[in-house]
Design a protein around this ligand. Structure first.
Ligand code: F6R
Length: 359
């Protein structure tokens, strides 16, 4: 049940620290060594390229996964929409390995790609929140997301679980392959930091609600911008905001705005900037100036180490590669409050179903 929460979406957002702590217990030992089946790691270690297939929010989790896999294993990783790959199969490397991300394990678009993989003898692993689901049963291997039932149509805790479990696999695989970055990656400590960080974000929800009321609700459209790891987070943040609040939102690689879309910025257009990447933080500030000069209302969501006076939401420090675990929660709450304070049915946005079993 929802307990004291108004909506399942808020309950599930608030469950995320618990999910990360549970995943730590479930997938890491006392010393932070990943506990992943040797058969899965051995099969992955034979791959010369990883292909991640998913839809919607799970696809966005896959985009973060690509960065984790490439950082910790050096295996090139491609992420695709299952719906596209099913009928326009991408070119394969010599030794491909397919990873399916699916909260429900029933997404028809992903099932089509898995059937093709089976036909071609391509090994596959499904990460899902429903261990008895079709995608879990039909893939060669499966791993549980362990997020607990997700009732709200808008996916929240399954996304963070997908990012965390991909980090576990990437670390296990990288360590097996002797990768220095994998050995040095402090996953256990950073999962703990992320859990604490999410708690801080959740305890700041009044501020987030005020921002949603002041800047988002009055607007018909909005933009999220980010660079580096914040770019895939911007895509997920935009999906979450538009699907529950009906405010048309696009996520952008920040510098791409000036290559055309900046023409849509008017007085009062909300632009939400995510800043976790030290390499591009100064460039982000420049991109913010560009939209401010056209009248945008900018909300900044910034890592503590990069914060300046006047920033709106300051994020506690977590390893860059796990920063999406915390950043995304601010954006989930912005979406939640934009929808709730508009009086919408947050848990059941119009036209949507929890699992999409048609192509
Ligand atoms: C958005 C959302 C959808 C799903 C997508 C894939 O909040 O929930 O975009 O992520 O339909 O579903 P699964 O993960 O069940 O394959």
């Amino acid at each position: 049940s929802k307990g004291t929460y108004d909506f399942y979406m808020l309950k599930e957002i608030c469950e995320q620290p618990g999910v990360l702590r549970h995943l730590d217990q479930f997938y890491l030992d006392q010393n932070g060594k990943p506990k992943v089946s040797a058969a899965i790691i051995d099969a992955l270690a034979k791959a010369d390229k990883l292909y991640i297939f998913a839809a919607g929010t799970s696809y966005h989790a896959g985009l973060v996964g690509k960065l984790l896999f490439e950082k910790l294993t050096k295996i090139p990783t491609e992420v695709g929409f299952a719906s596209e790959a099913g009928y326009h199969f991408p070119m394969m490397s010599q030794h491909p390995f397919f990873i399916f991300l699916s909260q429900s394990g029933e997404t028809a678009d992903s099932r089509v790609v898995l059937q093709e993989a089976i036909k071609r003898n391509i090994p596959s692993l499904t990460l899902t929140n429903v261990p008895e689901s079709t995608l879990a049963r039909e893939a060669n291997y499966s791993m549980a997301l362990e997020a607990g039932p997700e009732i709200a149509v808008a996916s929240t805790k399954a996304y963070t679980a997908q990012v965390a479990v991909q980090a576990v696999i990437a670390k296990a695989l990288g360590e097996k392959m002797g990768d220095d970055a994998a050995a040095a990656f402090k996953l256990k400590q950073n999962l703990a930091l992320a859990a604490e960080g999410i708690e801080q974000v959740v305890s700041n929800q009044e501020k987030i609600e005020q921002l949603a009321q002041k800047d988002l609700i009055p607007s018909r459209n909005a933009f999220y911008i980010g660079r580096g790891i914040d770019y895939p987070v911007a895509l997920e943040a935009a999906l979450k905001l538009k699907e529950v609040s009906y405010i048309q939102t696009e996520g952008f690689a920040a510098a791409e705005l000036k290559h055309g879309t900046i023409s849509l910025i008017e007085k009062g257009t909300p632009v939400i900037a995510l800043i976790n990447d030290p390499l591009t933080a100064d460039l982000m500030r420049g991109n913010i100036q560009e939209v401010v000069a056209r009248g945008a209302n900018v909300i900044t969501i910034v890592n503590k180490s990069l914060a300046q006076t006047g920033d709106d939401i300051i994020l506690p420090e977590v390893d860059y590669f796990l920063s999406p675990l915390v950043t995304v929660v601010v954006t989930q709450l912005l979406a939640y409050f934009a929808a709730k304070d508009k009086g919408l049915d947050v848990d059941k946005p119009r036209n949507l179903a929890k699992s999409v079993t048609v192509e």
